[in-house]
Design a protein around this ligand. Structure first.
Ligand SMILES: Nc1ncnc2c1ncn2[C@@H]1O[C@H](COP(=O)(O)OP(=O)(O)OP(=O)(O)O)[C@@H](O)[C@H]1O
Ligand SMILES: [Mg+2]
Length: 340
């Protein structure tokens, strides 16, 4: 657990429930919790044994009496019970007795989430305390707010997480255009795993694929990396093979191209003068996936506009949600479940 000291006290809880990582902060208490979005359950039962990093540690041990559950898929709740157990625990740890004061919980939601998915997320969050006020905020808008002062001028934000990439043009604290695609870090890992299987006949795990992704990125330079996986033809046999970074970079080119197409699609949706203004100001990249080696350069080459990864990109959405907790941004009559 990390502790931060906010510059000004604000009441309420900010929650970024991501496909890969869950971040909760309570600025007025100076608490920040960061946990992987993972839950361990006793096999065949509803009994939750551990959440977050404790669940991840159990997963690494490979205990055969446990189910390791990822309660979110593509940025939305796929296992409500597991998500509720995780959220209840991390919010309780971050907020403590503040929960009795019916705090406002500001939660990020992908723009591509359906009404049913938004409702499911709100229900999960509502279960953390009795009668909390829940406000859902667009993750793209939160990322833009968390990326730093944008002023009244329009800017473009691209938040590349584990499950989704959120893209938006934001001006004066409001979105003027947005896109959400279910291609992000996890899809990159899957692309790498598919390439290793087809080229080397080797089935590698998600962790190994992620390691290859992070070390090679789109650059693809450096020495080969030896990885161990199952032989696809003789199942049960383990085999180690050197994997060329060029193979990894080529595999990552496809999800990167999908993100760039979504960006072009977004820009095509705004009036020409506004598009020119935002492209001139440059693109801000946020989320863990934005750290992919060579991605900012690929943006510059393909779109002819400058692209920069924001400071501390993984916490960018959370910073924006904290800003949404400021009293001047919360309308008193704001109902629960409203996406800004
Ligand atoms: N250095 C890096 N290079 C490439 N990818 C990275 C790097 N560091 C983290 N990532 C990727 O970032 C992703 C997680 O990012 P993030 O924590 O922003 O996702 P999330 O908020 O949980 O997901 P989402 O917002 O889509 O629900 C993972 O796929 C991870 O592999
Ligand atoms: Mg995210």
């Amino acid at each position: 657990m990390l502790t931060i000291r906010p510059s000004s006290p604000r009441s309420g809880v900010a929650l970024d429930l991501g496909t890969v990582g869950t971040l909760v902060s309570v600025p007025s208490r100076g608490t920040l919790i960061e946990e992987p979005t993972v839950v361990a359950r006793r096999r065949g039962t509803d009994h939750v044994v551990a959440v977050g990093s404790d669940a991840e540690a159990l997963a690494a041990c490979g205990a055969d009496d446990l189910d390791i559950v990822h309660p979110l898929g593509s940025g939305v709740v796929s296992d409500p019970d597991a998500a509720t157990a995780l959220v209840a625990e991390v919010v309780r740890r971050a907020a403590g007795s503040l929960l009795f004061a019916r705090p406002t919980l500001v939660v990020g939601v992908p723009d591509g989430a359906t009404d049913v998915e938004r409702h499911a997320l709100a229900e999960v969050v509502r279960s953390t305390s009795r009668h909390p006020r829940v406000s859902l905020v667009s993750e793209a808008l939160a990322a833009a707010l968390g990326a730093g002062p944008g002023g009244a001028e329009a800017s473009v934000i691209v938040d590349i997480g584990g499950g989704t990439t959120e893209l938006a043009v934001v001006a004066g604290g409001h979105r003027t255009a947005h896109r959400s695609i279910r291609v992000a870090g996890n899809a990159m890992d899957e692309a790498v795993a598919r390439a290793v299987r087809s080229e080397h006949g080797l089935v590698i795990g998600a962790r190994t694929a992620e390691t290859l992704k992070v070390s090679s990125g789109l650059v693809g330079g450096g020495p080969s990396m030896t990885v161990t996986g199952r032989d696809a033809r003789r199942w049960g046999w383990l085999r180690s093979e050197p994997v060329e970074p060029a193979l990894v970079a080529e595999a990552l080119g496809r999800p990167a191209a999908a993100i760039l197409r979504a960006f072009e699609d977004l820009i095509a949706d705004v009036p020409p003068d506004l598009a020119e203004a935002v492209v001139t100001r440059g693109v801000r990249l946020a989320g863990g996936g934005s750290q992919l080696l060579g991605l900012a350069d690929r943006f510059c080459q393909t779109t002819c506009c400058a692209a920069k990864v924001v400071d501390d990109p993984v916490r960018c959405v959370l910073r924006g949600l904290e800003r949404c907790l400021r009293p001047d941004r919360l309308r008193p009559s704001q109902p629960a479940d409203t996406a800004a």
